[in-house]
Ligand binder design. Structure first.
Ligand SMILES: [Zn+2]
Length: 206
């Protein structure tokens, strides 16, 4: 069940067992700052690179969005819309192979809504936009303000997925994370202020 299928460069299909999701300090730091600075939940994209059995996440992006205590607008059908808007503002669709979002002060788990966004919207979108035999892995991450984080991978084709541990890149300790957070607080505050609007109505679906 934990096995996943990846296509090698020579075209063979091989079975692999992913061991972990690896976050660089800047990616972890940017997601954590976004979670702490935003008034409610916040979502973004990132890029995944599979190297042997590790899935490396780079380039955390915060697209324009609305948020509330309990949801961000990059959910469900809005996922496609968010990618289109991201492309229209000069972003590259190839950079969107990871969806991350925060649960503010709540626990980190994939809610029913999250599962449905991943299964119905993200994976369906990926299937629609590629005819390859193997489409994925796509990574989903949930983080909260206490820096707890949880991750899963999914293939749009074949239908495979699972939960794997999320770790910081080698050489990235507590000290490195703390100094990244201090050094980037201003930049992320400006970015969040510019891109994330809070629902006035407290998050009632619009
Ligand atoms: Zn969630």
């Amino acid at each position: 069940m934990n096995e996943w299928i990846a296509k090698r460069e020579n075209g063979d299909i091989a079975l692999w067992l992913p061991s972990k999701i690896v976050l660089a300090v800047d990616v972890f730091g940017d997601m954590l700052l976004a979670a702490r600075i935003s008034l409610g939940e916040v979502s973004g994209f990132a890029k995944v690179q599979a190297i042997e059995r590790s899935l490396f996440i780079s380039n955390a992006i915060v697209p324009y969005q609305d948020c509330s205590d309990i949801k961000t607008s990059i959910f469900g059908d809005n996922f496609r819309q968010a990618i289109i808007e991201f492309e229209n503002s000069g972003g590259d669709r190839a950079d969107v192979t990871c969806w991350w979002h925060s649960h503010a002060d709540g626990p980190v788990f994939f809610s029913e809504k999250d599962d449905s966004t991943i299964d119905k919207d993200i994976l369906e979108y990926l299937r629609d936009s590629s005819s390859d035999e193997v489409v994925g892995p796509f990574i989903s991450l949930v983080i909260n303000r206490r820096a707890e984080i949880r991750g899963r991978y999914d293939f749009a084709r074949p239908a495979l997925g699972g939960v794997v541990p999320v770790v910081l890149a080698e050489g990235a300790g507590e000290q490195e994370v703390r100094s990244y957070l201090q050094g980037n607080f201003q930049r992320m505050s400006a970015l969040i202020g510019e891109r994330v609007a809070f629902f006035e109505d407290g998050g009632i679906e619009r």
